[in-house]
Design a protein around this ligand. Structure first.
Ligand SMILES: Nc1nc2c(ncn2[C@@H]2O[C@H](COP(=O)(O)OP(=O)(O)OP(=O)(O)O)[C@@H](O)[C@H]2O)c(=O)[nH]1
Ligand SMILES: [Mg+2]
Length: 360
């Protein structure tokens, strides 16, 4: 399963966000570096399409897709050279597929640390850039030497990509904000860089800053300049809400004009960031969302449900969720001749409802 790492300066609210997302109880404390071990948790992915399908099918159960988050130790200026939790945070970040940058805007004298979101973003970027530059330092030359010895064009291309990345990093820009060509990016795949991962920024605003949330978010959005999505969240509030019963939670959040809260949108944005897609199965027993990679073929998606379904795959009956809803149900869709029969070469689309036919 693909994972997102929560990355931020000490006391930015990473563990609080982790708890809000996953309903977990990770240690939250006002002293910096309270997180020393990484925790992993799954955030359920809100999906109105799944809710609609479950209603249509009178499903006894709804099974949502989930996104996995990792709560990582906090970072300080100098972390790339071993300050603070140093290597612990670097290792944690290297292992995830995308980054959620938690940027503190809330002000609280009792909680040490920076409360300038843009400044925090710049510090984080710099530490990640320095770590990447250090890890690439000797790699280009090594690859070039090997490429010469073996006459290997792939290694030579990797060396070129590393040189291009180095140039970006040396100008202080993380790769996620650079305009590097996708083909160059591909050549960096074996270098395990930190700033090459997609990012989502979460600006953690205080309860007293809800009114100015957009203004606090704006400088971060403009700094990222389209390189990643950004959301403002009152993390503490939503972490507290996450501990309540659903009815009370909705009351609290709606009372503050936050609707269902922003945290579900963080989970959704994270999911999209990973390039993941959902298909559905629906029936009276359960309606369920399943995760697949964009571009996957029908048998591979069948395998997400069970490996037997992939092995014995014959065909899939397919209809897009909104068409199914419009027609009023599986049998009605079948009677209307609207269930498409798709074979092994079918590329499953986001929002497809599938029924797999297979040999046991
Ligand atoms: N006032 C206020 N305090 C907050 C908010 N969000 C988090 N905090 C507090 O900030 C402190 C740090 O929160 P954590 O979630 O532990 O922060 P962290 O980023 O995980 O910290 P480290 O793991 O130590 O790096 C805790 O005392 C939280 O209660 C907020 O929106 N407003
Ligand atoms: Mg923490």
């Amino acid at each position: 399963m693909e994972r997102l790492g929560l990355v931020g300066l000490a006391n930015a609210g990473k563990s609080s966000l982790f708890n809000a997302l996953t309903g977990a109880h990770a240690l939250v404390a006002s002293h910096p570096f309270s997180t020393t071990e990484t925790s992993v948790g799954v955030a359920p992915l809100p999906d109105h399409r799944l809710d609609a399908l479950a209603k249509l099918s009178h499903s006894a159960k709804i099974v949502r897709a989930g996104v996995e988050f990792v709560d990582i130790a906090g970072l300080v200026a100098g972390s790339s050279t071993g300050e603070g939790m140093g290597n612990r945070f670097l290792g944690g970040i290297r292992e995830v597929d995308a980054l959620v940058l938690v940027l503190r805007a809330f002000k609280d004298d009792a909680v040490a640390g920076a409360d300038d979101a843009l400044g925090s973003l710049e510090t984080l970027e710099l530490e990640l850039v320095l770590a990447d530059a250090a890890s690439l330092e000797t790699q280009s030359e090594k690859r070039r030497k090997q490429a010469r010895l073996k006459g290997d064009a792939t290694l030579a291309a990797e060396a070129d990509a590393i040189d291009a990345a180095m140039e970006v990093l040396q100008s202080g820009v993380p790769l996620f904000r650079s305009a590097l060509d996708p083909s160059v990016r591909a050549g960096l795949h074996n270098s395990f860089l930190l700033t090459d991962k997609p990012v989502l920024a979460v600006v953690n605003v205080g309860e007293d800053q809800l009114e100015e949330a957009d203004a606090l978010l704006a400088p971060v959005v403009s700094h990222l300049d389209g390189a990643g999505e950004a959301l403002a969240v009152c993390v503490q509030l939503e972490a507290e809400a996450a501990q309540l019963e659903p009815v009370e939670r909705v009351e609290l959040l709606e009372g503050l004009g936050l609707g269902q809260g922003v945290v579900p949108r963080v989970a959704r944005a994270a999911f999209d960031l990973l390039g993941l897609r959902t298909f559905f199965t629906t029936g009276d027993k359960e309606s369920r969302a399943w995760i697949f990679r964009a571009g996957a073929l029908a048998p591979e998606c069948a395998g997400v449900i069970h490996s037997d379904l992939q092995r014995g795959f014959i065909r899939a009956e397919v209809i897009h969720w909104d068409e199914l809803l419009e027609l009023g149900g599986w049998n009605a869709a079948k009677a209307a001749g609207k269930l498409r029969v798709e074979g092994k070469e079918y590329r499953v689309q986001d929002g497809d409802v599938l029924e797999i036919r297979f040999n046991v």
